[in-house]
Write a protein that binds this ligand. Structure first.
Ligand code: MRU
Length: 345
């Protein structure tokens, strides 16, 4: 039984006929849900980052396929399969880096192609299962990760890898939630420029659970480590390659380099749906570039401006800078040495 407070923040709510998406662009000022009845709307919600975070966009996309199936099965009985396939393409084009999106869409596509009777019901059951499994994975990873942290005196997290980014409880924030119950008190969050997932989402989400967190400017991380206040950096991931390299929010790689210098350890927490078994190393991971307007002050956003912006929103941390990868199937310590093959089923 999951305690009610573990589900206080819900990024996604499935009604059976529509998907309600908490608009994360408005947090923490406004808590407002947008309701979608079509796959195209869900694809736009992912692209525009109303819903964000690797597992959450996979779950949202799965529900998007259900909405597509519900719509086209009734309206176009002869061609509904191909219309749903087109919506799957649309959803897949929404963001490139998080593999959970493609993982969830592949599962949905397989069901569409193989289940001949009551296909819409089967797609619905699968999307709900993907959602529930993610929550269960997070609860498990929370315990496993907290065990690894032991009596850590402090941790720093980056971006938002919490309930907002998942089916609930969170990956990195799930570990922090579980560790908090075991006595961890010093939780730091980097603000995570330019989108400010840390400042707008992470510290807010933790506060909903009564967990006090201290916000730092991203550029304060080295100095924080120098003070000795933290012994772990705990982050999520968008895609983990076979060799243990992990793509995550831009700035994660910087933190891992700094951690090495200061004797701080790095923990990556992600469900196995974040592992891309087809990708030999992080070198092949596509890094999303987002609009310059997300970074540039408004005064430079005109055609004749000489100021431009380079806005990669993820980076890849090499496995040799990672001390632990925590998944629902277990923990791999020193992934560069151990490899992650033990996590394969
Ligand atoms: O651009 P975002 O906000 O979707 O990036 C999210 C992250 O990088 C998270 O750390 C990652 O998806 C893990 S979420 C459990």
């Amino acid at each position: 039984m999951i305690a009610e407070n573990k589900l206080a923040v819900q990024a996604l709510q499935w009604t059976g006929k529509s998907l309600k998406v908490l608009d994360q662009r408005q947090l923490p000022q406004l808590i407002t849900y947008d309701e979608y009845e079509h796959a195209a709307g869900v694809a736009e919600a992912i692209r525009s980052m109303r819903v964000r975070g690797a597992p959450a966009i996979g779950i949202a996309a799965a529900y998007g396929v259900v909405l597509s199936a519900q719509q086209h099965f009734q309206a176009s009985p002869a061609t509904w399969h191909s219309l749903v396939q087109a919506d799957i393409q649309l959803l897949a084009a929404s963001r490139p880096t998080a593999v959970n999106l493609f993982w969830a869409l592949d599962l949905m596509r397989q069901t569409l192609e193989t289940v001949e009777q009551q296909t819409v019901e089967a797609l619905t059951a699968l999307a709900v299962q993907i959602h529930q499994d993610d929550l269960a994975a997070n609860l498990r990873m929370g315990e496993l990760g907290a065990e690894v942290l032991g009596n850590a005196k402090g941790v720093l997290t980056h971006c938002n890898a919490g309930a907002l980014a998942t089916g609930g409880y969170g990956t990195a924030l799930g570990v922090i939630r579980s560790a908090y119950q075991r006595g961890l008190r010093n939780v730091f969050a980097g603000e995570t420029r330019p989108w400010l997932q840390g400042a707008r989402l992470t510290v807010w989400e933790l506060a909903q659970d009564g967990i006090a967190a201290t916000l730092i400017a991203d550029s304060a991380a080295a100095w924080l480590m120098r003070t000795g206040a933290i012994d772990w950096v705990v982050v999520g991931a968008d895609r983990i390659a076979l060799n243990g390299d992990a793509a995550n929010k831009i700035g994660t790689y910087s933190l891992a380099v700094l951690a090495k210098q200061h004797g701080v350890k790095v923990m990556v927490v992600a469900p196995t749906s974040t592992i891309d078994w087809s990708m030999p190393s992080g070198e092949q991971i596509e890094i999303e570039q987002r609009a310059a307007s997300e970074l540039l002050p408004e005064c430079y956003q005109h055609e004749t401006s000489l100021v431009s912006a380079w806005n990669p929103v993820f980076d890849v941390t090499p496995a040799n800078l990672i001390d632990a990868i925590v998944t629902e199937r277990g923990v791999v310590l020193n992934p560069a040495l151990q490899g992650i093959g033990s996590l394969r089923q």
